[in-house]
Design a protein around this ligand. Structure first.
Ligand code: PHE
Length: 341
């Protein structure tokens, strides 16, 4: 056999063995590779070693020296690969993994500030005996307007001031008029009074929709907290007390409350509700004594029952309490903002 062929064969063996050891994924695979290349019986190195006998005697010395070099190189490659797997401990751990480094922190979500506010308001009102009622966000004109004493020609029903839906959604109760996204939670007053008899003490917290251009204080979707109290001999003093106790619980003991005369079709008399907080009066919503026409629309006797209702802006309450200045931040989905609450 020629010297050159022998030397080429050794080079090939060395690189094959090196690749096999480096690529061994675990201790078992490395042992298999060791037997393949260095096995005493049928190992590939043994095979090549046997060929030394066929080399011309003039070339034997060169061939023998190279054989020893390759044997050492293959042994070294095996030991290096073995040491690397051992230091990893677990044979499945990738090289370079450092188990002493801190792990990746999973990002935990949390409750949105408006939902937190809703929970808080529910808890405060619950302590005063108000239970939670819910109503649909897609409403019919009967609940959003008619039963609330808002006649057909009233400006509040203007298509430009409401999100009317396609004509397919006819009112289930009256069979007429287009469905719309409710513009106020006062719709729930009607639904509750239609389904039960006084005494009634409920709140309803949920989304309402109005086609307002978004700015720092307006958003086409926002939340209201509606309150409804119906019993015998309910007075405006009861209304003011409930709202004052609420304001003191939510915003602080020093908060004062003020009623300004106003108008809503479904309350008489009607007021705007302001809270004095940090030195300025801020309007938080509307309220009033239930209009007799509303009681009549739900089948109550206005001569026998009386009640009050109020509707407060949830975003406004949340923003005041947390010092938020732009309503759009609440709905931007920006985690840098949301994570602060
Ligand atoms: N629904 C009224 C609004 O959205 C608020 C209100 C509720 C007023 C209940 C009086 C009584 O502006």
């Amino acid at each position: 056999m020629s010297l050159q062929i022998f030397l080429d064969r050794l080079d090939q063996l060395q690189s094959d063995a090196q690749n096999a050891f480096d690529g061994a994924a675990g201790i078992d695979a490395l042992e298999d590779a060791r037997v393949t290349f260095l096995g005493a019986k049928n190992g590939q190195f043994k095979d090549v070693q046997k060929m030394l006998g066929g080399i011309d005697s003039a070339d034997k010395r060169t061939a023998g020296m190279r054989l020893n070099e390759v044997k050492k190189a293959i042994n070294d490659a095996f030991e290096t690969a073995q040491a690397q797997l051992d230091s990893g401990g677990d044979s499945q751990i990738e090289p370079g993994f450092d188990p002493s480094l801190p792990g990746h922190q999973p990002q935990l979500g949390h409750i949105h500030p408006i939902t937190q506010t809703i929970d808080h308001l529910t808890e405060i009102m619950g302590r005063m005996g108000f239970e939670v009622a819910e109503g649909p966000e897609v409403e019919d004109p009967f609940h959003n307007f008619v039963a609330l004493n808002i006649p057909e020609d009233h400006p509040a029903r203007d298509p430009l001031d409401n999100f009317y839906l396609a004509t397919a959604g006819k009112s289930a109760d009256t069979g007429e008029g287009d469905a719309l996204l409710r513009s106020q939670t006062s719709t729930v007053q009607i639904r509750v009074m239609q389904s039960r008899q006084p005494p009634i003490r409920i709140i309803s917290l949920g989304r309402v929709y109005r086609p307002d251009a978004p700015d720092a204080t307006h958003f086409p979707m926002f939340h209201q907290m509606e309150g409804l109290y119906v019993d015998t001999n309910v007075t405006m003093a009861n209304l003011k007390t409930v709202l004052r106790v609420f304001a003191n619980n939510y915003l602080g003991d020093d908060v004062e409350i003020r009623f300004r005369p106003s108008f809503f079709p479904f309350t008489e008399p009607s007021v705007e509700v302001d809270f004095l907080w940090n030195g300025s009066w801020i309007e938080f919503g509307g309220a009033g004594m239930i209009d007799p026409n509303v009681f009549a629309a739900v089948g109550y006797d206005p001569e026998k029952v009386s009640g009050f209702a109020f509707g407060l802006g949830v975003e406004r309450l949340c923003m005041r309490r947390h010092g938020i200045t732009d309503i759009r931040d609440l709905y931007s989905g920006d985690l840098r903002f949301l994570q602060q609450f």
